[in-house]
Design a protein around this ligand. Structure first.
Ligand SMILES: NC(=O)c1ccc[n+]([C@@H]2O[C@H](COP(=O)([O-])OP(=O)(O)OC[C@H]3O[C@@H](n4cnc5c(N)ncnc54)[C@H](OP(=O)(O)O)[C@@H]3O)[C@@H](O)[C@H]2O)c1
Length: 291
């Protein structure tokens, strides 16, 4: 049996849907049954929702009963390292064979993972998993294309993509592509002791991102390079925690000093996944970007 954690989140949810589409039986660990049913997880064929907190040993032991392969996802938050390292220890005790760690790797050429707390934590969790004696695979996507949906309200209202990214490039990847790889890893196993980086098929400036959203929606959208103070206020005003905003500042500093991005499609190629372009992504989500 397979277990997916973080199943109500942005990436976990899409991966569980992909499993259901492929008729792959799996358990989905969720913290709130209300949230799971609001997004329809409880009605997916072959998916058993299991309520529990990854930090609660008894919940995890019950969820891991009969499980041989796990996809490990939790929020980018201050307790991510502790949550996931403890969870890995519980997997070992429960006799799980293979843990696929949903990690992250920036596309910026020369980006130093030690400079951004969440990539640093991901690498520390990867080290812990590698030392656990369990079979492991690290799935390491770059920025998700879906993060631009967070700017959809301003894009549809003002026709502006307002971000503090100057003229740097990023190579965002569609979660749909990651979900296809994760689903095959969960179903078939293999790729043990491998780190599977994934970016999207193009390194794009924000002018290019805005241009693709504009083409998909048929409305003018322009990139406005804003300063950190405006971005910080917008994030805090939108409900982000001060810690999370501080983390994004660390990431921004490193991104600004590493302005060019690599494109890495070896994982797409190895799994036979056609890379989703940003233009395709923007067309799929055109209604969201149009308001
Ligand atoms: N954003 C990006 O561009 C990007 C790129 C590469 C990698 N990543 C990494 O991808 C990972 C997943 O990101 P995401 O955006 O999909 O996350 P997300 O939407 O924040 O979802 C996190 C999921 O983890 C669950 N969770 C957190 N703590 C838990 C706990 N103690 N017990 C049980 N469940 C718990 C959450 O449950 P609730 O719904 O109950 O809160 C939610 O289902 C993160 O580690 C992030 O660093 C992100």
């Amino acid at each position: 049996m397979i277990l997916v954690t973080g199943a109500t989140g942005l990436s976990g949810q899409m991966i569980v849907r992909e499993l259901a589409l492929g008729r792959v039986p799996a358990k989905a660990l969720i913290r709130s049954m209300g949230k799971a049913s609001a997004i329809g997880l409880d009605k997916l064929p072959g998916i058993e929702t299991v309520e529990g907190d990854m930090r609660a040993g008894d919940d995890v032991k019950a969820a891991l009963d009969g499980v041989s392969r796990v996809l490990l996802i939790s929020s980018a938050s201050q307790d991510m390292r502790e949550t996931q390292c403890n969870f890995i220890d519980l997997c070992r005790q429960a006799g799980v064979q293979h843990v696929i760690k949903f990690s992250g790797a920036e596309s910026g050429i020369g980006f130093d993972p030690a400079k951004f707390r969440f990539t640093r934590m991901h690498e520390e969790i990867e080290d812990h998993l590698e030392g656990s004696g369990l079979a492991w695979t690290h799935l390491r996507p770059s920025q998700f294309m879906q993060v631009y949906l967070r700017e959809a309200a301003a894009i549809s209202r003002d026709g502006e993509l307002r971000l503090p990214f100057a003229d740097i490039e990023l190579a965002p990847v569609a979660i749909e592509d990651i979900a296809k790889v994760a689903c095959r890893l969960l179903r078939e196993g293999g790729h043990e002791s491998e780190s599977l980086d994934m970016t999207g098929p193009e390194a794009l400036t924000m002018n290019e991102v805005a241009g693709r959203i504009s083409a998909a929606t048929g409305r003018p959208v322009r990139y406005v390079a804003i300063g950190w103070d405006e971005r910080r206020s917008a994030l805090l005003g939108g409900g982000a925690s001060a810690d999370f905003v501080d983390a994004l500042y660390e990431q921004l500093q490193e991104r600004l000093s590493r302005p060019r991005s690599r494109v890495h499609l070896a994982t797409h190629d190895a799994f036979g996944v056609q890379p989703t372009s940003f233009a395709e992504f923007a067309r799929t989500y055109a209604r969201a970007f149009s308001g």
